[in-house]
Design a protein around this ligand. Structure first.
Ligand SMILES: [Zn+2]
Length: 94
């Protein structure tokens, strides 16, 4: 089975950086005042997927082993499904 439309949209937005995370919303679209995440770092897709401490628990259950960003965004279907699930469960608007 192929990825759902919602999964595909989330992955595309994370890949190209055109998304609703603060870094893009502040620096490109000027729609929010700060590019920062509530943890204080630039809120980019890489930050959310790889580093943000607010999403550590969800990240650890989604990827029990450390996983490269490249694999999360461009890996086999199973990895893409994990990434889409993580994004949707994070509570963030992507
Ligand atoms: Zn953060």
């Amino acid at each position: 089975m192929v990825l759902s439309r919602v999964q595909q949209v989330v992955l595309l937005r994370l890949r190209i950086g055109h998304n609703r995370l603060n870094h893009h919303m502040a620096t490109k679209l000027k729609l929010v005042p700060s590019p920062l995440c509530s943890c204080g770092k630039n809120q980019t897709a890489e930050h959310i997927l790889q580093a943000c401490p607010y999403h550590n628990a969800l990240r650890d259950t989604t990827w029990p082993e450390e996983t490269a960003l490249q694999k999360k965004l461009y890996g086999p279907k199973e990895d893409l499904e994990r990434t889409a699930r993580f994004a949707l469960q994070s509570g963030l608007t992507i």
